[in-house]
Design a protein around this ligand. Structure first.
Ligand code: C2E
Ligand code: MG
Ligand code: MG
Ligand code: MG
Length: 291
């Protein structure tokens, strides 16, 4: 196809674009049946305390176990779900599955707060708030155990819709987190108007925090700013001890990343928590002593 279109500067990209379009059509056909066929699965990644490394909660991350293609990343199939009108169905499945899981963990004596990621499309889902509160009731889970993450760029796109939605969530007692912060263009005054509780600094800044003094300055300023606004700060994508240390020195409230744990299957979770508890109980560092 590239040869056929002759001198066009776009020619080289055409074949791939065609593949992608066909691919997307095929994938959306399969995605329509993914829920009923039990192909969706949630992985959980811990958020830990910035000082003691004790677990503060988990973030649920969606995976699609495709029968032929293996595990497909949400970066691939969430945009397809959005484009083909499947996102609300997937989102509702996530909400219910997380509540079911929190109830199952409660039955095992472990109370874990879980955050789910929301797509911008879900903000326009009429019954989103009531689906969330029904799922919480169905599984007898307290609203304070659930958090919703929405990326900064989505939150900024439709400010009125975001504010309405945030208010609705706050009214039922669910907390809100602004994800991937620093990649959008939020103004101070806008952040102040949102009833969010948490701000997650985008991984790209954490990635550069050792090598770039600019990244360090930005992260430090964001943490201080967030604290002025009474927001708790999470650093995402922490991969090294050096990054952990810098973020601890900056007073970052919570940390998340491969350094602590990759996203894991539900069945690994309880073992991970007990191991974590043991480590902090035997650690003689003054910062991890019970207070
Ligand atoms: P996110 O919410 O910002 O999630 C963080 C992503 O970074 C996850 O990718 C996670 O696996 C990855 N990550 C965590 N720690 C590290 C690290 O130390 N290093 C590196 N390199 N990566 C790390 P994942 O699971 O592929 O998810 C990608 C995005 O897909 C998420 O970004 C979120 O926006 C979206 N997503 C995931 N699950 C859902 C869902 O249930 N619903 C919706 N609407 N979106 C979802
Ligand atoms: Mg997230
Ligand atoms: Mg994020
Ligand atoms: Mg992200």
């Amino acid at each position: 196809a590239a040869k056929r279109s002759g001198g066009s500067g776009y020619a080289l990209f055409e074949p791939q674009m065609e593949d992608n379009a066909v691919d997307q059509l095929n994938l959306q056909k399969d995605l329509r049946h993914a829920v009923e066929l039990g192909q969706l699965e949630l992985y959980y990644q811990p958020k830990v305390d910035g000082r003691s490394s004790e677990i503060k909660g988990m973030e649920a991350l969606l995976r699609w176990n495709h029968p032929e293609r293996g595990i497909i990343s949400p970066e691939v199939f969430i945009p397809i779900a959005e484009r083909f009108g499947l996102i609300n169905g997937l989102g509702n499945w996530v909400i219910n599955e997380v509540c079911r899981q929190m109830q199952a963990w409660l039955d095992e004596g472990v109370r874990v707060n879980v955050a789910i990621n929301l797509s911008g499309h879900q903000l326009h889902q009429e019954d989103l708030i009531s689906s969330i509160s029904q799922a919480l009731k169905r599984h007898q889970v307290d609203a304070s155990q659930l958090m919703c993450e929405l990326t900064e760029s989505v939150a900024m796109k439709d400010i009125a819709a975001t504010q309405r939605f945030f208010k609705g969530l706050a009214d039922i007692g669910v907390r809100l987190s602004i994800d991937d912060f620093g990649t959008g263009y939020s103004s101070l005054s806008y952040l102040r108007q949102l009833t969010a509780k948490q701000l997650k600094i985008d991984r790209s800044f954490i990635n550069d925090i050792e090598s770039s003094s600019d990244a360090r300055a930005i992260v430090k300023a964001v943490i201080n700013l967030a604290h002025v606004l009474n927001l708790s700060v999470v650093a995402e994508g922490v991969e090294t001890e050096a990054q952990r240390k810098i973020l601890q020195d900056f007073g970052c409230d919570e940390l998340q990343g491969f350094f602590f744990s990759k996203p894991m299957r539900e069945d690994k979770m309880i073992a991970w928590i007990s191991r974590q508890k043991l480590t902090s109980a035997t650690d003689r560092s003054p910062l991890t002593m019970p207070r």
